[in-house]
Design a protein around this ligand. Structure first.
Ligand code: SF4
Length: 903
């Protein structure tokens, strides 16, 4: 990579999770982007997790949507804008404003979100604008509003350092919000008495570092926290002054927990030991500074809002709210879920934390936007919205920066709904998402590194996302696309912005007006009149912002005990445990939980492009307890078929035996979809059961049945080009695509025999008159390789049974080029003999500069008994080049040592 000394490091924000880490990026002469952590950003103070570190790898034109398309045909922007505007206008004229909808995303910037919401609620006159954040944290929003009167997150990340006990509920923070977890770990090292308590039915990377792990029965969080509420009361740990002065509803919830049994009965219901339960309750009761972090494991539930309130209730009665180290703290999943909440991206709010159910709020927004067509009632929430599409009530939908055909539960139904919708518009930077394939109009949006605007993280900190690279093709900012359509629909006066700074100032001014009139928590008055230069250079701002913050601010909300309810008191909401409506049955006897893996993000449209991130876990793994695996005749590495009441066809994943999941439960990752797998889209299994208050779907509690897939052949294949299996006469029932250096690797299993599968696979090889082919064949195994111009193009090995873990070296084959003929020869021999030779024995490359593979590093650590990265570098030269692999070396060292100590 050639450095470009003239270009400075540009500060921006990571594209992925709600931690909102600051990055610095520098475009390189070869078109790549170098990325490092921003030492000045208070979310991460210079650190990045593996996803953040690999951001530069995902800046590529591979798979990009580069031009607008109408009905699959390329067109120019004016045609595309006119088509969208005309079709929406026509649909509204014929069927009314509620016949159209926008489905947005926590990946959009606040400025994009703001104008989309303004167009739909302010000028089209419908509330039908919702977001994929509905799937992420809408239960937390609803819980905050019920308890505090506003969607107020009282905490700051500094609480992770200042708390004496951290309770982590329904979150594998170590993988899903890694930088926050690193902050907790570091704080624990500095203060060994700090306690970390994990509440999660599954053992995870997070629970490995915990003082206490409560693997409660799935879905029983309300029971646990109601038990805590009762314990705090019964043992005199409540704060009566605070309860009397600042809350209401205490007696009502006391009544609702009165019939909970004693600790023994409760621990039995929760399926944990009484001693562990008591330790948790005593720790919470006796520790002044407790911060409870919660995430999707709490939110994605048919009782998600009650779960949130059961947690907040315990904090309220002990006055653990709004103080340093003492807060309930919802951690958002997406980079700008919080920004969406601020501007009204959810169908049931107006904008700037103003509500539909208040005439004065409506009046303020109408006057501010100068519209007489403001929507006067909430629109349809995500699941309802797609139901309405399926029923034909919504006839035109515009989906921006999200992939609901993969991410919403019962995704086959979602796909069918979109397929039959009269008009579907999809704005995305990626061309062939599962949703994009169903679009009538595709609009090329800018990618993360091209966009400019703001995002807000989980601690209310607004950070600038800055433009780092030029946009390829015809890609445009989302806010530009939306405002162009708005102008074409006749709303030019309200949508004529010069650039994103204009939009931001208008949004900040709306919050200021709302705060002045109604004392709302969200107040950006200090940013309403910043000039373009100040906007461009704006350092992170934590709201409320009454003046442009030039120093890092760490403010808590609700510190004065004043809440945003009518009388200023917080509501203690009476809640009772309600078992999930989805119970296991004889037919579906296992409970499926799902979540993220460390190095992938959402539907993999971006992280799936990274060779580094894709090497962490090449295939989706179904974690199953060994006892259950034996019952269902599954062994390690086998392919399992997973069915639910909902699924029209089985999901297929490779089995991994694990004691992390309890008997009766299984766990699967959420990321794979129809673009990179035959049948690994986990959302096809879920039912659209939602929380009655928030509308958030229950995603983590699905009864399933599991059977082995009996294959007659399996294969590993590499190709420089992505492959299309659909047209094969016998497409393998199981295939997974993995991005590797130079192309793609595929893992496959099929019900046809080896000869038939080979015949199929050979049809996928690229056509070239100069190609050379070599093959080794027996009844049990066929090895095939195709080269062209002294370069490997395509190769596979196919057998009745394959141990995929032995074929990491296939990932390196495409890097063997004509500039090194001996490497090519070694590769040919390796494939044909089924034995890696030369550098291929080294395993996947960890140090790119010195070409050091993982097997070499493992051998050096074991043979030389190495205990630090310096030793690895001394023995193998790994890490002595650019140094970017040093953190990976550290990780390998730690993993190898932990394996040794586990034995
Ligand atoms: Fe990005 Fe989240 Fe990792 Fe930070 S923790 S680098 S925001 S993915």
């Amino acid at each position: 990579m050639s450095q470009n000394p003239s270009s400075p490091w540009i500060k921006s924000t990571c594209a992925y999770c709600g931690v909102g880490c600051g990055i610095e990026a520098k475009p390189q002469r070869d078109g790549t982007l170098s990325v490092r952590g921003d030492n000045d950003h208070p979310a991460n103070w210079g650190k990045l997790c593996s996803k953040g570190m690999a951001l530069g790898e995902t800046v590529t034109t591979t798979g990009r949507l580069l031009q607008p398309h109408i009905a699959g045909n390329q067109c120019d922007w004016s045609q595309a804008i006119a088509t969208v505007a005309n079709q929406f206008t026509k649909t509204i004229a014929e069927h009314g404003p509620d016949s159209v909808a926008f489905y947005l995303s926590g990946q959009l910037l606040t400025e994009d979100y703001y104008v989309a919401n303004k167009l739909m609620k302010g000028f089209i006159g419908s509330g039908n604008v919702d977001t994929n954040s509905r799937l992420c944290m809408s239960s937390s929003v609803a819980g905050h509003k019920r308890a505090f009167g506003n969607d107020s997150v009282p905490g700051c990340y500094q609480d992770l350092e200042s708390a004496d006990a951290i309770v982590l509920v329904g979150s594998n923070l170590a993988w899903c919000h890694p930088i926050l977890f690193q902050r907790i770990k570091q704080a624990k090292q500095q203060h060994p008495n700090k306690k970390l308590i994990i509440i999660d039915p599954r053992a995870t990377a997070s629970s490995a570092d915990a003082d206490l792990h409560l693997a409660i029965k799935p879905g029983s969080d309300v029971l646990l926290f109601n038990g805590l509420f009762k314990y705090l009361h019964d043992h005199g740990h409540t704060n009566s002054d605070y309860i009397n002065q600042h809350t209401q509803g205490f007696a009502a919830n006391l009544a609702s927990v009165a019939d909970l049994g004693d600790l023994q009965a409760l621990s039995q219901q929760l399926q944990i030991s009484q001693a562990d339960l008591l330790t948790f309750y005593q720790t919470f009761a006796n520790t002044d500074k407790v911060t409870t972090l919660y995430s999707q494991g709490v939110n994605q539930s048919s009782q998600g809002t009650d779960k949130v309130n059961s947690i907040i209730n315990c904090h309220l009665i002990t006055a653990k709210v709004g103080r340093s180290g003492a807060n309930p703290f919802s951690i958002t999943g997406q980079p700008n879920a919080m920004g969406g909440r601020e501007v009204g991206g959810l169908a049931n709010t107006l904008a700037a934390h103003l509500e539909f159910n208040n005439d004065k709020h409506q009046q303020l927004v109408s006057e501010f936007w100068q519209t007489d067509n403001l929507a006067t009632r909430p629109g349809l929430k995500a699941v309802e919205m797609f139901d309405a599409i399926a029923k034909g009530k919504i006839k035109a939908v515009w989906i921006m920066a999200t992939n609901p055909a993969v991410s919403l539960p019962d995704s086959d139904f979602i796909q069918q709904a979109l397929a039959q919708c009269p008009f579907v518009v999809v704005s995305d930077c990626i061309a062939n998402t599962d949703t994009g394939k169903l679009a009538d109009v595709q609009l090329p949006a800018q990618g993360w590194s091209e966009k400019s605007g703001t995002v807000t993280n989980s601690e209310r900190r607004i950070s600038r996302q800055r433009r780092l690279t030029v946009s390829p093709g015809e890609a445009r900012p989302d806010w530009w696309i939306i405002t162009e359509v708005a102008k074409k629909m006749g709303f030019a006066q309200a949508f004529s912005y010069r650039h994103e700074a204009d939009i931001f100032r208008e949004y900040a001014a709306l919050t200021a007006a709302a705060h002045r009139a109604f004392n709302t928590d969200l107040n950006l008055s200090g940013l309403a009149e910043i000039n373009d230069h100040q906007y461009s250079n704006m350092p992170p701002q934590q709201w409320p912002v009454t003046h442009l913050q030039t120093e890092v601010s760490h403010q808590h909300l609700l510190s004065d005990g004043q809440f945003y309810t009518a009388n200023g008191k917080a509501n203690i909401i009476p809640v009772r445990h309600i078992p999930s409506p989805q119970a296991v049955t004889k037919r579906y006897p296992l409970l499926l939980n799902n979540g993220r893996i460390r190095d992938q993000w959402h539907t993999m449209t971006r992280t799936g492009l990274s060779v580094t991130l894709s090497s962490h876990q090449a295939e989706p793994l179904l974690l199953i307890n060994p006892a259950d695996a034996a019952s269902y005749h599954l062994t390690e590495g086998m392919i399992a078929q997973i069915n639910s009441h909902q699924s029209q066809r089985a999901v297929m994943m490779r089995v991994s035996l694990s004691n992390q999941v309890s008997p009766g439960q299984v766990f699967a990752p959420i990321h794979w979809n129809n673009s990179n797998s035959a049948a690994a889209k986990i959302a096809t299994l879920g039912q659209s059961i939602t929380d009655p208050v928030s509308g958030q779907p229950e995603m983590k509690h699905t009864p399933v049945a599991i059977t082995p897939f009996v294959s007659r052949s399996q294969a590993i294949l590499i190709s420089r080009q992505p492959l299309v299996f659909a047209n094969l006469p016998d497409s393998p029932e199981y295939w997974i695509q993995q991005t590797i250096a130079g192309g793609y690797r595929y893992m496959m299993a099929s019900s046809v025999d080896v000869a038939a599968l080979c015949e199929n696979l050979r049809q996928l090889q690229p056509q070239s008159s100069s190609a050379q082919q070599s093959m080794q064949q027996s009844e049990q195994q066929v090895r095939f390789i195709m080269t062209d111009q002294q370069r490997i193009e395509f190769a596979f090995t196919c057998a009745t049974d394959l141990d995929v873990s032995q074929y990491d070296w296939f990932s390196l084959l495409l890097t063997q080029t004509s500039t090194a003929p001996e490497k090519l020869q070694q590769s040919l021999s390796s494939v044909l003999s089924d034995q890696p030779q030369g550098e291929l024995c080294h395993g996947k490359i960890v140090c790119a500069c010195k070409q050091v593979g993982i097997n070499q590093i493992h051998d050096a650590i074991a043979d030389q008994q190495l205990s630090d990265v310096a030793g690895i570098s001394r023995c193998t030269q790994a890490g002595t080049g650019c140094g970017s692999c040093v953190s990976e070396l550290q990780q390998i060292l730690a993993e190898q040592h932990s394996k040794v100590s586990a034995y």
